[in-house]
Design a protein around this ligand. Structure first.
Ligand SMILES: O=C(O)CCC(=O)C(=O)O
Ligand SMILES: [Fe+2]
Length: 220
């Protein structure tokens, strides 16, 4: 059967939908290194992460000594990271970071109005016993990828108070920031926080990217 021009045009549109969009990193700051990644997640990926977590969240409290989080969260079980949707998200990340076998599992957090995460560093402090033990187990947390799974009506920005940057949560967008300087030293300018949500709900997925550890032996 002969194809009409209309059929051919439909084919072209269908084909272009299958092609993943190129991933664009927009630099927000050089010191510390912070990038916004517009439309990193698709609608389907955002919905999958919310739908598979919403009934399993537990209240959060301290995430490390002195760091307060008042939202709700979970760490994915290892098998859940094998789901095709999650694996595809990791494949997209592999365009700009190395995901080693010792990387920590993805975390999902939901904040209701008034909830927040106070200012903290994601890196392990190599000067403490606990920090250097974790560097040995998982490898230093070189960078963090924070993915926004929904829009937030008001508040809930990810803020970097040392440099005055505020990233507004937009559904599907991600922010990539480095907790270490290019020479591997920890970067105190990477101090950040999840501002209180003032209206609506905020959902984020967080993947910490650890440097490959030397098979269980402390790297410090
Ligand atoms: O919710 C945010 O915007 C930041 C969360 C965060 O920094 C963390 O969980 O380590
Ligand atoms: Fe953090």
């Amino acid at each position: 059967m002969m194809m009409t021009l209309a059929d051919q045009e439909t084919e072209v549109i269908k084909d272009s939908c299958k092609v993943e969009k190129p991933i664009k990193l927009i630099e927000l700051s050089q010191k510390p290194r912070v990038y916004r990644i517009p439309e990193f997640l698709t609608e389907e990926e955002c919905n999958h992460l919310i739908d598979t977590s919403k009934n399993k969240l537990r209240p959060c409290n301290e995430i490390s000594s002195g760091v307060h989080r008042s939202g709700w969260g979970l760490f994915m079980k290892e098998g859940e990271e094998e789901h095709p949707v999650t694996k595809n998200i990791f494949n997209k990340m592999k365009n700009f970071v190395n995901i080693s076998d010792s990387c920590e599992v993805m975390q999902i957090i939901r904040y209701n109005p008034g909830e927040e995460t106070s200012a903290h560093y994601d890196y392990f402090n190599p000067l403490t016993t606990n920090g250097s033990m974790k560097i040995g187990l998982y490898g230093q947390r070189i960078c963090t990828i924070l993915m926004y799974l929904c829009d937030v009506e008001e508040g809930g920005e990810t803020s970097f108070p040392e440099v005055g940057i505020k990233v507004k949560p937009i559904r599907g967008d991600a922010v990539l920031f480095y907790n270490c300087k290019p020479n591997g030293d920890v970067d105190p300018l990477s101090l950040h926080q999840g501002d209180p949500v003032t209206k609506g709900t905020k959902w984020v997925a967080i993947k910490l990217i650890n440097q490959k550890s030397k098979e269980g032996t402390p790297t410090q």
